[in-house]
Design a protein around this ligand. Structure first.
Ligand SMILES: Nc1ncnc2c1ncn2[C@@H]1O[C@H](COP(=O)(O)OP(=O)(O)O)[C@@H](O)[C@H]1O
Ligand SMILES: N[C@@H](CCC(=O)OP(=O)(O)O)C(=O)O
Length: 377
C-alpha cells in the first residue's frame, strides 16, 4: 500500500463528510436538471449514508437549473437575472434531491447561507447548530449560497470555498469536491499532454500548475477549488477533487482524482475575529497544567483544569482564559452557560458523563474554538 493510499483512508472511514457538486455535473447544456446524473450521485451518497456516515451536500446548480425554465440560453451576466434564475432553479433542484433521496427513505433539508453567515459569530453559531441538529436527526442537509439575497459585495460567488468553510464549521472529517473534470492537472486538461496530480501535499506541489477557468455554467474553475482545498487542509480537513462520475471511488478512499493532504490547524477568519473583534463576556481561571495544555499543546479545555469562573455568559459566548496569576492567555467560545460550569469544575469528562449524562462528556471549549492571545490583550 502506498502512503497516498493510506492517507486516503481518512475519506473512506470518515464519519462526517462534506460533498460539493458543481453545476456542470447536475444540469444539461439546455439549462435543465439532469435527472440521471442527480440520481447517480444520490445513489452513491445514500449508500454511504446507510453505513452511518453523516453527509452534508453542498450543491451548486440553482442558476444553471433556472435557465431552461426562464427560457434563457446562457448564464446571465447581470446579478438580478442570475438571482431570478437561482430563485427558480433552487426550488427545482431541491425538489429533485427530495424525490431522489426519498427512493432510499432519506430526507433532505435545504440550508441557504450567505458569506455573512460565515463571518458573523451569531449567524455562524446558528448555522453550525442547525447543521449539527439536521445531521443528528439523520437528514442530509443540502447547502447552497443564498443567491437571491446576496449582493455582489457580500457574495461568495462560488460554492467551492463555501463548502470548505462548511467543512470547517461542522468539523467534517473530509471534503469531496465533485466537478466535470476527473482531477487537477498541471495545465488545462483540454490540452493534450496535461498530467494528473494525484497528490498535493502543500503549495510547493502547485508551483507551475495552470489553474484555468471553468465551463459555461461553472463559476470558479480550478482557482476556487484550489483555494477551497487550501482553506480545508489548513483547518486539518483532507480534500479529494474528482469528477462526479467517480464519486463512489472517491468517497471510498480509492486512488482517483487529486488528494490534498491536510496540514496543521491554522486559525481561520473566525478565530481572527475572536481574537480581535470581541471582548470576553467572562473569565475562566485555569491551573498551570491547563494553561500548558491549551497554550503549548493546543489542546481543548476540559473542566478538570478550571479552578474558578467569573461573569454571566451563555454557551457560545467568548470568554477569556486566565492563568494562575490572573493574566489572560487565550480566548475561546465556551460550550456551557456560566451557571452550569461551577458544577463541572475539577471533574473528569467521563465522570461528568456518567453522573450528568452524555451531553456533559464535552470539552468546556473545543481546541478549534480557542485562540491564543498575545500578552498585550
Ligand atoms: N489545471 C486544471 N486542472 C483541471 N481542470 C482545469 C484546470 N484548469 C481549468 N480546468 C477546468 O475547470 C473546470 C471545472 O471548473 P468549473 O466549471 O467551475 O466546475 P464546477 O461547475 O464543477 O464547479 C473543468 O471543466 C476544467 O476544464
Ligand atoms: N450558488 C450558485 C453556485 C455557483 C457555483 O459555485 O457554481 P459551480 O462553479 O458550478 O460550483 C448556484 O447554485 O448556481
Amino acid at each position: 500500500m502506498t502512503p497516498a493510499t493510506s492517507a486516503r483512508d481518512r475519506i473512506g472511514t470518515a464519519s462526517r463528510l462534506v460533498v460539493k457538486v458543481g453545476s456542470s455535473s447536475l444540469t444539461t447544456p439546455q439549462g435543465m436538471i439532469d435527472v440521471d446524473r442527480v440520481d447517480a450521485l444520490v445513489d452513491v451518497l445514500a449508500a454511504r449514508r446507510k453505513t452511518g456516515t453523516q453527509i452534508v451536500l453542498v450543491s451548486s446548480g440553482a442558476i444553471a437549473a433556472g435557465l431552461g425554465p426562464l427560457g434563457l440560453s446562457a448564464r446571465p451576466r447581470d446579478l438580478a437575472t442570475q438571482q431570478a434564475a437561482a430563485s427558480v432553479g433552487q426550488g427545482v433542484l431541491v425538489a429533485r434531491y427530495t424525490s431522489s433521496f426519498a427512493r432510499y427513505g432519506l430526507r433532505v433539508g435545504q440550508v441557504l447561507l450567505t458569506a455573512d453567515d460565515m463571518m458573523r459569530r451569531a449567524h455562524h453559531v446558528n448555522a453550525q447548530r442547525t447543521l449539527n441538529r439536521l445531521l443528528e436527526l439523520g437528514i442530509v442537509p443540502v447547502v447552497n449560497e443564498n443567491d437571491t439575497v446576496a449582493t455582489d459585495e457580500i457574495r461568495f460567488g462560488d460554492n467551492d470555498r463555501l463548502a470548505a468553510l462548511v467543512a470547517h464549521l461542522i468539523r467534517a472529517d473530509a471534503l469531496v469536491l465533485l466537478s466535470d473534470v476527473d482531477a487537477l492537472y498541471d495545465g488545462d486538461p483540454r490540452r493534450p499532454g496535461a498530467r494528473r496530480l494525484g497528490d498535493v501535499r502543500g503549495p510547493e506541489d502547485l508551483v507551475g500548475v495552470e489553474l484555468g477557468k471553468g465551463g459555461a455554467v461553472g463559476t470558479g474553475g480550478m482557482v476556487t477549488k484550489v483555494q477551497a482545498a487550501r482553506i480545508a487542509t489548513g483547518a486539518g480537513v483532507p480534500v479529494v477533487l474528482t469528477a462526479a462520475a467517480h464519486a463512489a471511488q472517491a468517497i471510498a478512499g480509492a486512488d482517483v482524482g487529486t488528494y490534498f493532504h491536510p496540514g496543521g490547524r491554522h486559525p481561520g477568519t473566525r478565530l481572527l475575529w475572536l481574537a480581535h473583534a470581541t471582548t470576553g463576556r467572562g473569565r475562566l481561571h485555569l491551573d498551570g497544567g491547563a494553561v500548558e495544555a491549551v497554550v503549548a499543546r493546543r489542546k481543548s479545555l476540559l473542566p478538570a483544569g478550571v479552578t474558578a469562573v467569573e461573569g454571566d455568559f451563555a454557551a457560545g459566548d467568548p470568554v477569556d482564559l486566565c492563568g494562575p496569576h490572573g493574566h489572560v492567555v487565550a480566548r475561546g467560545l465556551v460550550n456551557f452557560d456560566a451557571a452550569e460550569i461551577p458544577g463541572l469544575l475539577g471533574r473528569s469528562t467521563r465522570e461528568l458523563a456518567s453522573s450528568l449524562g452524555p451531553e456533559y462528556e464535552r470539552e468546556l471549549i473545543h481546541r478549534d474554538d480557542i485562540v491564543i492571545l498575545e500578552p498585550t490583550h
